[in-house]
Design a protein around this ligand. Structure first.
Ligand code: CA
Length: 542
């Protein structure tokens, strides 16, 4: 997978190549194999390596990404309108196939084991919680049960940061979560359990140490008790290992604004409750923890045609290493895996995992169909400019983030990884179903318990999360160079032959351990860049 002097990039089995060179490939350039470009090809876009007749399959990643819409002689630029979108793989057809265990690449597994054996005592420095979870940060979390309180809460949070936080040097920060849910919503409608469990699980996030404060208004539809960490009756199926054990019996972790004496009373109560928690959080220290206790997430945003051959496979290699060491790595973004579901289904650990994967695809198919969504709604205009012709090409590149290993489990949006399999955590590579939207995926993965996220982008986005570190990887060197104070890693070096997927993957693996341990501060964190949390609410708003 090396670029050549003329800047074309051709994995085996493909009948198209990607223009690597900055500025693209000029008309009349002679490529490897004597192919001469018939048009100029923008960077990241595809050039035909063979003569394609109308209807011929266009192969990228060794998979059909579409069919030629017209005659495309070799050397042609294959732009979006030249590619006919294939049908999505039929979920029922996959379901009807007899299950066969995933093919294991033993040589690859042995090479991962050699890498891991070379790292002395693979541990990270994290915060142990009473419920068994492990945090990467020590934060005061404040979770509103309804948007009505957000205005007051923001003022209180700023005051806590300015006046209280400096007194508690072992507390990393204050995260006052803002969201649009809580009232004016159909609380008992089908699918309303998704936003409700998302908020409940955000309040129990490992980085909050079981000390999150819930702030309610007093008349909202979502009773604050339903999302409080101490709520005994709120664990649902998750009776084991939940946050309830973290809160002392009888402790109140809810402040109701309607019960306070005016604005001054609200601020005074919130400051007092915050200080109580800061005192307890201040006593916490990092300790050496086996890598098998780490839970991270991966996602991409603003992708381009390089994402699938540089950044995402490097993330995939790091994911394979982590999973091999027993850590949990969540990948998500249903619409961006849907067209590669046949490849994921073949990696399912057992029939139940395959069934759950297909179930999440079906649910989303119905959700999108009900909304009348056209499949061409994803990719975005920016993705297309970056050379991604359609959702199939985007999906094949996107799933590279999940590595090559066995998929061990599936979570519905906002479900916690700690509460499956009779209290055991789901380990290894896990599909956590979420929308592909960056901030919704980030929010839902946080609810599922990630304490760090790896984020790849080719077009560039300054994305960040307040609750957990975000490591950002550029898929091409041009964007990494123009944003040196936003990217932590440049995977464009893979396309130019200056690094390999494995080398970059190992670099990322080490960076993940450092960031989870507080030894490395990713760029987004240094600047304090944090997107709003956007809770996934597929239920009606009233
Ligand atoms: Ca995304």
């Amino acid at each position: 997978m090396n670029g050549n002097e003329t800047g074309a990039f051709t994995p085996k089995l493909d009948n198209v190549a990607i223009a690597v060179a900055e500025g693209g490939i000029a008309l009349g350039t002679r490529l490897e194999g004597g192919i001469v470009t018939l048009e100029s090809v923008p960077q990241g876009h595809k050039v035909a390596l063979v003569d394609l007749k109308p209807g011929d399959a266009i192969l990228r990643y060794g998979q059909v990404i579409g069919y030629a819409a017209r005659l495309l002689p070799r050397g042609s630029w294959i732009e979006e309108s030249a590619v006919v979108l294939p049908k999505a793989p039929d979920v029922d057809e996959i379901d009807a196939l007899p299950f066969s265990p995933p093919a294991r690449d033993l040589a690859f597994e042995a090479s991962l084991d050699r890498e891991l054996a070379g790292l002395s005592g693979i541990r990270f420095e994290g915060y142990r919680n009473p419920d068994g979870s492990v945090g990467s940060r020590n934060m005061l979390g404040i979770v509103p049960s309804v948007q009505c309180v957000a205005g007051v809460l923001n003022i209180a949070a700023a005051k806590i940061e300015k006046e209280l936080l400096p007194k508690y040097p072992h507390v990393d920060g204050v995260a006052a979560l803002n969201h649009g849910y809580g009232c004016g919503v159909a609380i008992d409608a089908p699918n309303a359990e998704i936003p409700i469990r998302t908020l409940r699980n955000l309040a129990r996030h490992p980085n909050f140490g079981g000390e999150a404060l819930i702030v309610g208004l007093g008349c909202e539809k979502l009773a604050p008790e339903r999302i409080a960490p101490s709520c005994a009756g709120c664990q649902g199926r998750a009776a084991v290992g939940g946050g309830a054990a973290a809160a002392p019996a009888g402790a109140s972790d809810i402040v109701i604004l309607q019960e306070q004496a005016g604005f001054a009373g609200m601020i005074a109560t919130l400051m007092a409750e915050a200080e109580k928690r800061l005192e307890r959080l201040e006593a916490r220290r990092r300790e050496a923890i086996p890598l098998s206790e780490l839970v991270i997430g991966v996602q991409c945003g603003g992708s381009d045609a390089f994402s699938g051959v540089t950044a995402n496979p490097a993330i995939g290699y790091a994911a394979d290493l982590l999973a091999r060491a027993g850590a949990t790595v969540m990948f998500s973004e249903v619409t961006e895996v849907r067209d590669g579901i046949h490849l994921l289904a073949a990696r399912a650990a057992d029939p139940e995992v395959r069934r759950r994967l297909l179930e999440e695809m079906r649910w989303y198919d119905v959700y999108l169909a009900n909304g009348g969504v056209d499949r061409s709604a994803n990719p975005t205009p920016g993705n297309k400019k970056g050379g991604l012709a359609n959702i199939v090409e985007k999906a094949l590149g996107s799933i590279a983030k999940s590595g090559r290993g066995v998929i061990e489990g599936v979570l519905s949006p906002g479900e916690r990884s700690y509460e499956h399999g009779e209290g055991r955590r789901m380990k290894g590579i896990v599909f956590a179903a979420t929308p592909a939207s960056d901030f919704v995926c980030g929010t839902e993965q946080l609810a599922s318990g990630i304490v760090l996220q790896v984020f790849s982008t080719g077009r560039g986005t300054p994305y960040g999360l307040a609750m957990a570190p975000v490591i950002k990887i550029a898929s091409r060197s041009a964007i990494a160079k123009s944003w040196p104070d936003l990217f932590d890693l440049d995977a464009g070096k893979i396309a130019t032959g200056d690094s390999t997927i494995e080398e970059l993957g190992k670099e990322l693996f080490a960076m993940i351990l450092d960031a989870a341990s507080g030894r490395y501060e990713p760029w987004a964190d240094r600047h304090g860049i944090a997107n709003d949390l956007v809770v996934f609410n597929p239920a009606p708003i009233t």
